[in-house]
Design a protein around this ligand. Structure first.
Ligand SMILES: NC(=O)c1ccc[n+]([C@@H]2O[C@H](COP(=O)([O-])OP(=O)(O)OC[C@H]3O[C@@H](n4cnc5c(N)ncnc54)[C@H](O)[C@@H]3O)[C@@H](O)[C@H]2O)c1
Length: 269
């Protein structure tokens, strides 16, 4: 049974995952190499502990060995294959053989990442969406050497956090990003070639296709740099030009217009 969770990486996703794990009553060890990131997460979690804290313990650390008693370690480090690969080598020296190790990667092949582990059977992809406090959905990514017996434990862990999950195989973009990003890209083409203004394109999809958010406002929310990165991964890994990013998206990213986080993208904030 999963009781103690290690969150490796205390950035955007790591701190959000820490929040939902704590609210579900899991003991946490939050690890990051930057003390400033740990402090940010600590002030965020301090706000929720009074309302929803269920007596779980939380430890903030830059020492990887502090995760040695965690049954599940969720790696939320920077989206960089070298950083993640080095981490897996080190964490295996600092946890038990029974510990499950998951990655929250949005785009890197789970099979390729699994090659860095001495015991890949206990490794899997858990792709949480941003923000996980609102989007209660996780893609569980299989790979060739995964021991399927751990899936029951993982599904039970996710159920405690009231997350709906599906299993999928290790294909570029998994499901959500593979379907979502080409739609966002096409909406940017519509905007670029003057089909309509941003608000009308978003209204068309919100009302005309019953989507909760329009594609351009959603792109601003995800971050235009992240959208560009995922499209490039899809294009490269499938070797298919249908995923080629719209030139306007490349230009916005070059200009530092990254969406909500820089206060300007397809909209101003
Ligand atoms: N941002 C999103 O919308 C989103 C959504 C789903 C999944 N993801 C995935 O989650 C992961 C994290 O993304 P993020 O947006 O939270 O990134 P982020 O840049 O906000 O956070 C990454 C954290 O990792 C830490 N870190 C980097 N290298 C480290 C190392 N060697 N040792 C210890 N700490 C280290 C950094 O200090 C930083 O705090 C990525 O794999 C990303 O693909 C992101």
């Amino acid at each position: 049974m999963i009781t103690d969770v290690g969150i490796a990486g205390s950035g955007l996703m790591g701190s959000a995952l820490a929040t939902i794990n704590l609210q579900a009553g899991y003991n946490l060890v939050i690890f990051d190499m930057k003390k400033s990131q740990l402090s940010k997460t600590q002030s965020k979690l301090n706000k929720i502990t009074d309302e929803l804290y269920q007596g779980a313990t939380v430890k903030y650390t830059d020492d990887i060995s502090s995760m040695k008693n965690c049954n599940l370690i969720i790696e939320c480090l920077t989206e960089d294959e070298n950083i993640k690969s080095n981490f897996y080598k080190k964490i295996e020296e600092n946890c038990t053989k029974e510990s499950i190790i998951a990655t929250n990667t949005s785009s890197i092949s789970i099979n390729r990442l699994a090659e860095n582990l001495q015991f890949p059977a206990r490794f899997l992809g858990l792709h949480f969406m941003n923000p996980p406090q609102v989007i209660k959905f996780v893609e569980i990514i299989n790979h060739e050497s995964l021991d399927k017996r751990i899936l029951g434990e993982i599904k039970q862990y996710l159920r405690v956090m009231e997350m709906i999950s599906i299993e999928c195989n290790d294909k570029p973009g998994f499901i959500v990003n593979r379907v979502l990003l080409p739609m966002i890209n096409e909406a940017i083409y519509c905007y670029e070639n003057g089909t309509s203004d941003a608000k009308s394109i978003d209204t068309a999809l919100k009302v005309g296709a019953n989507h909760p958010m329009g594609p351009l406002e959603l792109a601003d929310f995800i971050g235009l740099d992240t959208c560009l990165f995922i499209l490039k991964v899809l294009q490269e890994d499938f070797n298919d030009l249908k995923y080629k990013p719209c030139p306007l998206l490349e230009e916005y990213v070059r200009l530092g217009k990254l969406g909500k986080k820089t206060k300007e993208g397809f909209y101003k904030y």
